[in-house]
Design a protein around this ligand. Structure first.
Ligand SMILES: *[C@@H]1O[C@H](CO)[C@@H](O)[C@H](O)[C@H]1NC(C)=O
Ligand SMILES: *[C@@H]1O[C@H](CO)[C@@H](O)[C@H](O)[C@H]1NC(C)=O
Ligand SMILES: *[C@@H]1O[C@H](CO)[C@@H](O)[C@H](O)[C@H]1NC(C)=O
Length: 297
């Protein structure tokens, strides 16, 4: 166990692994059991497997959003998303975990899908805020058309690392380097939010391409929200098990992958799909003073 984690666990109330959690209910996930649909133009569709699909829309007046009923201190979260099809320029579909707690210090794990004109690729923009500071953007080009089908996007967050996966392939890892003075979210619970909004000031091709409102409403679809995390239970935190058979709470094997496999995937994502990485942005850090974590493994 890494020293940082040992120390952390020592100062948290007991974390207990729970033997069985009803992760995959019989049939599909009923989204309304898992999330509250909060605002804006939304739809709730019945799936043939008994589950539900939430449609978030953006029209000329407003976007829309939902949020998970539960918040967690460490979790694995999976959700299937089908993005806005056709001319999605200017639209941003996001799922993000955001801190809520008595400290009100901003922690966030962010996946934003930046729309594009018909036929041009979406960008998956990721960012991590910890202890109030962000600026850790990494962007990816997806290897499939995310508007044709549902794909699974996952966040694994434990005390060692944050891992972002697309269809169970690890694309980004942000490790806990508190020891080296790099902040990491460890003490505030976070809640998942899903939002569709207009950001045509910057989202598409740097803001040059605006939203074509004649195409509105724009709709993205979400289903199969699954979460397994640590939740308060009396004086302890009780943690659910990883449905994929791995050990999400334990770090390396998150997502049911062994560490070697995960490293291969991360390398592949970096070589083939990464289109921007703050750590290699020489315009932003011209004098070479990159954020500390960029030089750490
Ligand atoms: C979905 O099913 C519920 C009952 O299970 C029904 O009340 C509702 O109208 C259905 N919605 C749609 C969009 O078909
Ligand atoms: C966390 O934030 C506090 C308040 O801004 C700051 O004093 C402290 O240095 C930060 N810690 C790290 C590791 O960045
Ligand atoms: C949109 O397509 C253009 C042209 O292929 C590309 O440069 C850009 O990165 C794509 N994504 C966004 C969000 O602008």
């Amino acid at each position: 166990m890494a020293p940082a984690r040992a120390r952390l666990l020592a100062c948290l109330p007991a974390l207990t692994m729970m033997a069985a959690v009803s992760w995959v209910a019989a049939g599909g996930v009923r989204m309304t059991d898992q999330v509250d649909i909060l605002w804006g133009p939304t739809q709730l569709l019945n799936d043939s497997d008994g589950g539900q699909t939430v449609g978030l829309s953006l029209d000329r007046v407003m976007g829309s959003g939902f949020r998970s009923k539960k918040s967690y201190l460490f979790a694995r979260i999976d959700i299937d998303i089908k993005l806005v099809a056709g001319n999605s320029a200017g639209t941003v579909t996001t799922v993000y975990l955001i801190s809520e707690g008595q400290w009100k210090i901003h922690d966030e794990i962010d996946l934003e899908f930046l729309g594009n004109v018909t036929g041009e690729p979406y960008t998956l923009h990721t960012n991590i805020f910890a202890n109030g500071s962000g600026g850790r953007e990494v962007q990816y080009r997806l290897w499939f058309d995310p508007t044709q089908d549902f794909h699974t996007y996952s966040i694994v967050w434990n005390s060692d690392e944050i891992l972002i996966l697309v269809d169970n392939m690890a694309i980004r890892r942000f490790r806990n380097h508190w020891d080296a003075g790099v902040p990491f979210p460890v003490y505030q619970p976070m809640r998942l939010n899903g939002v569709l909004w207009d950001a045509d000031g910057w989202a598409t091709q740097g803001g040059r391409v605006k939203t074509d409102w004649t195409q509105a409403p724009f709709t993205a679809y979400f289903r199969n929200y699954r979460a397994s995390g640590c939740e308060p239970s009396g004086v302890a935190w009780v943690c659910g098990q990883d449905p994929s058979g791995g050990d999400w709470l334990g770090g390396g094997a998150a997502g049911g992958l062994d560490d070697v496999k995960q490293r291969q995937q991360l390398r592949e994502a970096q070589e083939r799909y990464t289109i921007y990485d703050y750590c290699t942005d020489s315009t932003r850090f011209p004098d070479g003073f990159r954020p500390k974590e960029c030089a750490l493994p």
